[in-house]
Design a protein around this ligand. Structure first.
Ligand code: NAP
Length: 303
């Protein structure tokens, strides 16, 4: 890798903010590639670029040592056409711009949602991917936002094709549901739910992963040549929702009624490859969630 900064698209977003922190922690200079530099959580050099503007992306990547392609439209945010525009076409522009700027190394933030959900057995990196069939053709697809999942799956497929064509060294990371400080969605939603006087909570187990653990793995990929040309799942061990909510309540001394609803299923991902190649080691969920909840503004939990 050359000495230039790591260019991080979507650095103003939730995971992007942790990617910035992890790169700085590793002693790497950073450039946030964003639409709104004022939304960055800390003062780092920034370049303004929308994923719709390939020329602006190319300028933003000039002199960078690597690109972390993180910007995307997250789940439940719009019609399929918008997902395809941002998460497929926008990602294609990002990779072409990286090549045009002379940057070879690209780490793509993909998602576990590119795989068909399995409610028994573990998914590994070779497990079946979401296809173009409509969700009702495969009921497991109904467990995620299918438009988002499809756009991320098509985006990742395009990224692999372009990497081959343009001579890029690509690594794709597929995180599970991400929680942590500065999360505007999942973390506050869970904490609000844990704070309700009466909570119905399924025992269904979900493989949440802390944003800082994902970000450290992404930065580790930059310095590990063995990660090139490979995809890695990044997820925590499945945690029953009922246990997580009970833990968050107890952490704040909260009272009330928590009623577990038996649903003895677990969504599980095999992360041995990420552990071996990237040193991925998810923190204990009991600590990670309490620390993340403590960063939320205002009282979220009873007590
Ligand atoms: N959160 C999760 O649970 C999760 C799980 C697996 C994978 N991921 C992946 O992680 C990545 C980051 O997601 P996140 O949760 O951090 O979402 P987020 O907070 O919504 O951040 C998304 C970032 O992308 C930027 N962006 C969106 N559309 C753009 C466009 N047209 N041009 C330029 N920038 C654009 C946003 O910029 P603005 O700030 O200007 O809107 C924002 O900085 C995504 O690739 C997502 O698929 C997330």
């Amino acid at each position: 890798m050359t000495a230039g900064p790591v260019a991080i698209t979507g650095a103003s977003g939730f995971l992007g903010s942790h990617l910035v922190d992890a790169a700085l922690e590793a002693g790497l200079p950073v450039r946030g590639v964003v639409r709104r530099p004022e939304a960055l959580h800390r003062a780092v050099p920034a370049a303004r670029a929308d994923l719709a503007d390939e020329a602006a992306l190319t300028r933003a990547f000039e002199g960078a040592s690597a690109v972390i392609a993180n910007a995307a439209l997250g789940s439940w945010q719009g019609p399929l056409s918008r997902y395809l525009e941002v998460n497929v076409d926008g990602l294609g522009r990002t990779l072409r711009a990286a090549a045009a700027a002379g940057v070879r190394r690209v780490v793509l933030i993909s998602t576990v949602a590119v795989h068909r959900t399995r409610l028994w057995g573990a998914v590994d990196e070779g497990s079946p991917l979401v296809g173009d069939a409509r969700p009702w053709a495969n009921p497991s697809d109904l467990t995620t936002d299918w438009r988002y999942a499809l756009s991320k799956a098509r985006g990742e497929a395009l990224a692999w094709r372009l990497a081959e064509e343009l001579g890029l060294d690509l690594t794709a990371l597929r995180p599970g549901p991400v929680y942590g400080p500065r999360d505007p969605k999942l973390t506050p939603a869970m904490c609000r739910r844990a704070a309700a006087p009466v909570v119905w909570a399924p025992t269904l187990a979900i493989p949440f992963v802390h944003a800082a653990d994902v970000a450290r793995a992404a930065v580790a990929a930059l310095s590990r040549p063995q990660s090139r040309g490979r995809a890695f799942l990044l997820a925590g061990p499945p945690v029953p929702l009922s246990q997580l909510l009970a833990h968050l309540r107890r952490a704040q001394g909260g009272a009330g009624l928590l009623l577990p609803v038996p649903l003895p299923l677990a969504v599980r991902y095999d992360t041995r490859a990420a552990a071996q190649v990237l040193g991925f080691a998810p923190r204990p969920w009991t600590e990670g969630w309490v620390d993340a909840a403590a960063t939320l503004p205002g009282p979220t939990l009873p007590g």
